[in-house]
Design a protein around this ligand. Structure first.
Ligand SMILES: [Zn+2]
Length: 156
C-alpha cells in the first residue's frame, strides 16, 4: 500500500496551493477578477477595462503563480492598481496592491495647478497632506504676503 496517495488528496481548486492556507485566497480572487474584467464582455465593468483595450500580460493570464510571485501577498483592504500608468496594462512593473484611497489619488493626480501652470517635474512639489503644490504660485503668494506686510508697516 502506498500511504502517500492518501495524503495528497488533491482537488483541482487547490492546485495552486494557496486557497488551502488562507480560505478563499484574496490574491486568487483578485487575479481571477482582473482577468474577467479584461476578457469577459459580459462582466459589468468590462467597458472600463477590456472594452478600453486594457489587457493582462500573457504570463499572468496563464499563471496565478506568476502573478503572486510578481505582486507578493495582498495587504488587507487593497486591490490591484495599475500604477504608475493608470491607463496601462496589467503587467509586472505597472501594478501594485493599493487601497481605494491610494487608487483614487493616482487617478486624480493633477497635471496643472488651478492657475494653469504645469506642476509636473520640478515645478510641483508634494505637500504634507499629499497634494501637489505649484512652486510658481507658492512663490507668488509668498511675495504677495511679504508685500502686504511691508505695506501695512509703511502705513503705520
Ligand atoms: Zn500655479
Amino acid at each position: 500500500m502506498d500511504k502517500r496517495k492518501r495524503v495528497g488528496k488533491e482537488s483541482p481548486s487547490f492546485k495552486h496551493g494557496h486557497t488551502l492556507n488562507r480560505g478563499a485566497s484574496s490574491e486568487y480572487s483578485s487575479w481571477a477578477n482582473m482577468i474577467t474584467r479584461c476578457t469577459n464582455p459580459n462582466f459589468k465593468d468590462w467597458k472600463y477595462y477590456g472594452g478600453r483595450g486594457i489587457t493582462v500580460c500573457e504570463e499572468w493570464r496563464n499563471s496565478f503563480a506568476a502573478f503572486l510571485r510578481d505582486m507578493g501577498p495582498k495587504p488587507k483592504g487593497t486591490s490591484v492598481d495599475r500604477f504608475p500608468n493608470n491607463t496601462g496594462n496589467y503587467e509586472p512593473g505597472n501594478c501594485r496592491w493599493a487601497t481605494p484611497f491610494e487608487q483614487q489619488h493616482n487617478k486624480q493626480k493633477p497635471t496643472h495647478c488651478r492657475r494653469g501652470h504645469s506642476i509636473q517635474g520640478s515645478n510641483g512639489y508634494l505637500r504634507k497632506d499629499g497634494r501637489i503644490q505649484c512652486r510658481i504660485c507658492k512663490t507668488e503668494s509668498t511675495r504677495r504676503l511679504r508685500a502686504r506686510k511691508r505695506a501695512s508697516r509703511e502705513s503705520q
